[in-house]
Design a protein around this ligand. Structure first.
Ligand SMILES: CC(C)(COP(=O)(O)OP(=O)(O)OC[C@H]1O[C@@H](n2cnc3c(N)ncnc32)[C@H](O)[C@@H]1OP(=O)(O)O)[C@@H](O)C(=O)NCCC(=O)NCCS
Length: 174
């Protein structure tokens, strides 16, 4: 039975000293909170309609993390032909450094492992917190897109990272 079939809400064991949030599938009712977090986090935030569209696409996996009554973070990935792409991972600024980003991404990997062998992502070269998180979950650099992103001044490279999901899921198993 897959995670999508069970529609479970999962509370994963977070990194040692951090408290756990609840990770569950994103719903339309979450999108107002998601939009607020998105706008505060990114130089070029997604418009709300991107999230609306993502929820309607059968090959998209969209999760939120709730800490108490609030949505505190979310992630979205697409799956095509046995490969996943992480499209967005974000934790509200007030809730960062509590293990929520790691919890979201670990749960996403766990849910994807039955349908994708690898996950890819693009990240700004300057995004040290995100790169540290990805490296700690065994992502490896597989390429660079030169001047891919708009930046406050000029443009910025995207690093392309990839992670082998079966190895990653084994490493996360208790
Ligand atoms: C990247 C992001 C999702 C991390 O979420 P988070 O909940 O703060 O991260 P966690 O608390 O789970 O930390 C996980 C790991 O990330 C790294 N990390 C997190 N914050 C960091 C910081 N400020 N500096 C350096 N490394 C950091 C560490 O490796 C950390 O592991 P550790 O706690 O064992 O040291 C969050 O900073 C964020 O939403 N940023 C804005 C949106 C964004 O840039 N998303 C990524 C787009 S590619």
């Amino acid at each position: 039975m897959t995670h999508e079939e069970t529609n479970i809400e999962s509370v994963l064991k977070p990194a040692s000293e951090h408290s756990a949030g609840i990770v569950r599938r994103m719903r339309p009712a979450d999108l107002d909170q998601v939009e607020v977090i998105e706008r505060s986090a990114y130089f070029s935030p997604w418009p709300k309609r991107h999230f609306v569209d993502a929820l309607a696409l059968p090959n998209y996996r969209c999760l939120v993390l709730e800490a108490g009554p609030q949505v505190s973070g979310y992630c979205l990935a697409s799956v095509v032909a046995n490969e996943a792409e992480l499209l967005n991972l974000c934790v509200s600024s007030a809730c960062q450094s509590r293990g929520f980003g790691r919890q979201l991404l670990t749960e996403l990997h766990h849910r994807l492992v039955s349908e994708a062998a690898k996950i890819f992502l693009e990240v700004r070269r300057s995004n040290a917190p995100a790169i540290a998180l990805y490296q700690s979950l065994a992502y490896q650099s597989v390429g660079v897109r030169k001047d891919y992103y708009e930046a406050p001044v000029g443009r910025e490279d995207a690093l392309i990272l990839a992670c082998d999901l079966s190895a990653s899921d084994d490493a996360q198993a208790p």
